[in-house]
Ligand binder design. Sequence first.
Ligand code: SF4
Ligand code: SF4
Length: 372
Amino acid sequence: MRYRTLGRTGLQVSEVSLGTEYLMDKPRDHIITVIHAAIDAGINYFDLFGAAPDFRDAMGAAFAGHRQHVYLAAHLGAAIGEDGQYLKTRALKICRTFFDDFLTRYMTDYADVLVLHNCDRQNDFDALFCEDGPLGLALQLKKEGKTRFIGFSGHTVATALQAVESGYIDVLMFPVNIAGNAISDKKDLLKTCQARGVGVVAMKPLGGGKLLQGPRTVRMAHYQMGGEAQKLTKRVPITPVQCLHYTLSQVGVCAAIPGCASVEELRGVLAYMDATEAERDFSEVIADCAQYVPGECVYCNHCLPCPAQIDIGQTLRLFDMAQQDFTPAIRAAYAAMPAPASACIACGACEKRCPFGVPTVARIAEAAAFFA
Ligand code: SF4
Ligand code: SF4
C-alpha cells in the first residue's frame, strides 16, 4: 500500500481506502471478513456513514483490536428514522444521539474525521453550516476531543466550495471519477482544496459501479459525477485499475474510497497497487466521455517517452497545483523529478502522442519559466 498526507490533518492515509456503503446490508461475518481483508492489505481510512445498529455493531467488532491503526470517518447528520430507513437530518438532538451511538458501537471515544453529511443545496448548506446547527455541534465535539478533524461531504461544486472556503473543514468528500472529467469547475474545486490544505477523499471512483459495466450507454446521476447528470457512451470496457488511476492522478486527491461489497471486489481495486503502466493507462477510456474538453492535461503520461527524461504528466500536474499555491512540498516534489522542464528540447514528440490535444511544448515551456 502507498500512503498520502490527508491535507492539513497530516494523517497518512492509504491511497486506496474504503467506502462501506455496500456492506451495510451484509451479514455480520461477511462484514468482518471484508474489513479484516482491507486492514491486512494496508487500508487504514474507512468512511462510515451507515447508522443502522447491526451494521455498526458488526463494524465495531471488525475494528476491535485495530483501532489504533485505522482512521474512522463518522458522519454527523446520517441517522436511522423510526421506520428503520436511512434518514438525513439536521436536527441537533438526533445528530448528537447518532454520534454518541457511533462511539458506543465502534467501542471508541473519538472519531478521526467527523463529516458533515451529504449536503448539495444552498438552503441545506445554510441549515448545516451555522454555529447553532450541525457545524456548531461538530466544533463543540472537536473541542471535547470526540473528533480530531471536521469534514464535509457533498456532490455539487457550489456548496462544497463554500465549505472549503469557510476554513472550518479539514477534509472534503467529493465524487471524482473519469466520467466527470469534463466538469471544469470541479477541477477548480480540487485546486482550491489543494491550495487551502483541505484533504480530498474521492468518492465514487468507480461511478458507483456503473463505469465497470460493459460497453453501452450508461446514465450517470449527478451524485455519481460531482456535477451534472450525464449520458456516457462507453465503447471500450473500463477496469477498476483505470478508474482508480484516473481518480488518484487528480490534483488534491489524497485517497479514493471505492465501495467494495466483497473480498473479490476488494481484490479488484487493490490490483491497482501492483498494476503496470499499461494496465493503468486510461487514455483510451477517457476519450469516451462525451463532454471531454480537449486541450486539458489529465496527467496520464501517454505522451512519453521524452528524450529529455521529463515526466511530463507529473510536471504539468505540479505546475497546475503550483498555480494555486506554490508550497515547499511542491517545490521539493519538482526538485526530485528525473529532469526539470527546462531540459525540454522542444522536439514536439509528446505533442504528437498526446491523445487530448494538449499543447505540450508550450505548457512545458511555461512550467520551465515558472519553476526557474
Ligand atoms: S500532455 Fe497529454 S498525454 Fe501527456 S500527460 Fe497530459 S494529457 Fe496525458
Ligand atoms: S517536446 Fe520537450 S517534453 Fe516533449 S518529448 Fe520533446 S523534449 Fe520531451
